[in-house]
Design a protein around this ligand. Structure first.
Ligand code: F6R
Length: 648
């Protein structure tokens, strides 16, 4: 096995689990704080392997994947080539798969993907590159696939195979039902896989039904395998592949039999693994207060009993006697955790004036706070904390909302067209003559075609204005002063495409300026680990970097940062540090505020993997949080919004 350089340090998370608790895991895993660190680490492994072969004048064969998972890895390899003179002249590559029916020049094809992200930037000879062809006649496929396998064997087999994992558990396009002995062949794609590709193809109806893929057997023949998974949406399938039985329904589980496989995970993808979720089942734990809280909540959910009814017997029967030994008896643990959770519940998200605040999530003073709510897209504020905004306004705080990005790519062409037509008609009725603009005619022609995705600067301007109007209406509806609504239009977002630019100092300067201008006592921000296009993550990084640059001790003391989760997931009760209850009426009011975002209603442009509308997700999760508190033995609320404090 190749030894790696230590430029990127391997981090284990959560921090209290630094020792390896692995007994449920049947594949070696490397767990990282984030996908960036993991990708850089993997790039170092590949670089080292290429250099080792070069020293011996030998070639190396890489098996390559496409999709979102390896993008950062490829970017890093390109950087190594450009800045560290890493040559790829001795590298042969075999890609796992290609959609059947697509020509190499088509943007959704894996040929195109590989050219764009990797090959066109490297010095790899084009004859060394192999990607299955998507344009074969049915009668040519068998011979072609055999030749593909043969070509790999002729070069001595794959030295390093890179893989991603699909939500169906597939590796390559080996969908559920694939045999362990399968080789390169034509396959049908699972519906979930097609759904996941729908965004790139502008609708599921355009996603091919078939693909040519290397088989499970072809993959297992590789000498080393690195499989990557990032994000919460992969966490279920990751657990099944790593901890479940080997089975054809999750083809990644076959990797359990390959002794030189490493699973690279970020913490969001690893969150369902037993070592992270229930470490006490795996081995001895360091019982921090947070871990005790997690274990008690788990026990309460497992037994179906409220916390205060858990007995010594329950703790012992469910493998938590170690905890009893540490703390003495069930009652003491129960009451400690019950109080801890009780103190997270407050109807006063800005602090309750004139009361002792030792056991409250927020400070009582100053009674009137200035509050800055950052919303990555124009609707995250109301989706995630609409009820809390209403309370903050009602309780007399000075509430500002800052929309970080324009969100302009997420508007359907038909909606943009409707606004332009309205504008034309309104202009005519005001001025008494027709608006004669050549440009407007061109935009209209673009917009008339729903399948064309031409988000030019001008069209983005129209779409951005639509989203601004919606955000303003919703914020006003929540009682926020017109003067306190800020649109930052952060530049990193402005590509007109799903893929965004890296953040720059400009993004930080814009954000810092607003924070300094308002000098808030509270900042609320989206603290997401999983957002399909990473916008939330970047938006949070920008805020954290801005706060770091401000770095005034007095300001740090004054300004508390609260995180909420965006539309994709919610905090578990064990993580929540402030839970704000909503009455049925408040929940309804919040729903109406979300409805103000008409362009995101019914069929949002980018709904992610979840088919529910944003307001439904918001209500489901707010109700679910309340139900969880109720089941733990607390009062019954209609719904709750959840926050976690980030100490910066
Ligand atoms: C791509 C491939 C697939 C992907 C998998 C994960 O060549 O073979 O198995 O690796 O679908 O895709 P992402 O990384 O987009 O989540």
């Amino acid at each position: 096995m190749i030894k790696t350089q230590n430029d990127v340090r391997l981090k284990i998370y959560p921090k209290e689990l630094v020792y390896q608790l692995k007994s449920y895991e049947k594949i070696h895993i490397d767990l990282f704080d984030n996908s960036n660190d993991a990708s850089l680490y993997l790039a170092q492994i590949i670089k080292k392997a290429i250099l080792m072969k070069q020293e011996k004048n030998e070639h190396i064969v890489l098996g390559l994947a496409t999709g979102s998972s390896p993008i950062k890895l490829y970017e890093e390899l390109v950087r190594m080539h450009e800045q560290e003179e890493l040559s790829f002249k001795n590298v042969y590559t075999f890609n796992l798969d290609e959609y059947y029916g697509l020509k190499p020049a088509e943007q959704q094809s894996y040929h195109y993907f590989m050219q764009e992200y990797l090959f066109k930037h490297l010095d790899i000879p084009s004859k060394n590159i192999h990607i299955p062809s998507g344009k074969l006649g049915l009668n040519e496929i068998d011979a072609y696939c055999q030749n593909y396998e043969q070509a790999i064997d002729n070069l001595g087999g794959i030295d390093i195979q890179i893989l991603g994992i699909g939500r169906t558990g597939h590796i390559g396009f080996n969908e559920p039902g694939s045999q362990k002995s399968s080789n390169t062949r034509l396959v049908r794609l699972d519906n979930i896989t097609r759904q996941d590709a729908a965004e790139e193809f502008n609708g599921i109806e355009n996603v091919p039904y078939k693909a040519i893929t290397m088989g499970v057997n072809s993959i297992l023949k590789a000498k080393e395998i690195y499989i990557m998974a990032w994000g919460q949406h992969k966490s279920d399938v990751v657990k099944e592949a790593i901890e479940g039985e080997i089975n054809q329904e999750i083809t990644a589980s076959f990797l359990q039999e390959h002794l030189n496989t490493r699973f690279f995970l970020d913490i969001a993808a690893a969150q369902k693994l037993t070592r992270v979720q229930h470490p006490w089942k795996v081995g001895n734990c360091e019982w921090t207060d947070d871990l005790i809280c997690r274990a008690v909540i788990w026990l309460s959910q497992k037994t179906g009993k409220p916390i205060l009814k858990l007995t010594d017997k329950d703790y012992s029967e469910f493998g938590l006697s170690e905890l009893l030994f540490k703390v003495n008896n069930a009652y003491q643990i129960n009451i400690k955790i019950f109080n801890r959770l009780q103190h997270t519940i407050t109807g006063w998200p800005g602090g309750k004036p004139n009361t002792a605040d030792k056991n409250r999530p927020e400070r009582a003073k100053p009674a009137k706070k200035s509050v800055l709510i950052f919303s990555p897209h124009p609707d995250d504020d109301v989706i995630s904390m609409g009820g809390t905004i209403l309370r903050l306004v009602e309780q007399g705080h000075e509430v500002h909302v800052a929309y970080q990005t324009s969100g302009n790519i997420a508007v359907h062409n038909r909606d943009a067209l409707r606004y332009i037509e309205f504008f034309e008609a309104y202009y005519t009725s005001l001025i008494g003559k027709k608006l004669n603009s050549k440009n407007l005619k061109t935009y209209k022609n673009f917009l008339l075609d729903e399948t064309i995705d031409k988000n030019t600067v001008e069209i983005r301007q129209v779409k951005g204005l639509i989203r601004k109007g919606e955000a303003r209406t919703a914020a006003r509806f929540c009682g926020i002063d017109e003067a306190n609504i800020h649109f930052l239009d952060l530049p990193f977002y402005e590509t007109g495409q799903i893929k965004k630019k890296d953040m720059t100092q400009d993004d930080i300067t814009i954000t810092k300026r607003l924070i300094e201008q308002i000098s808030p006592h509270q900042i609320f921000a989206a603290g997401d680990l999983s957002d399909p296009h990473k916008t939330h993550r970047v938006c949070l990084d920008i805020i954290l970097k801005s706060l770091k640059e401000i770095d005034l001790p007095k300001f740090k003391k004054q300004c508390w940062l609260w995180l909420y989760r965006g539309a994709w997931e919610e905090y578990g009760v064990e993580e929540i540090e402030m839970a704000v209850p909503l009455s049925p009426d408040e929940l309804l009011y919040k729903r109406k505020a979300i409805f103000m975002h008409k362009s995101q209603k019914d069929s949002a442009m980018y709904p992610g993997k979840d088919r529910r509308e944003f307001w439904q997700r918001a209500e489901d999760r707010n109700r679910h949080t309340a139900a969880q508190y109720r089941a733990l033995g607390f009062a019954e609320y209609e719904a709750m919004e959840a926050f976690k404090r980030w100490k910066y």
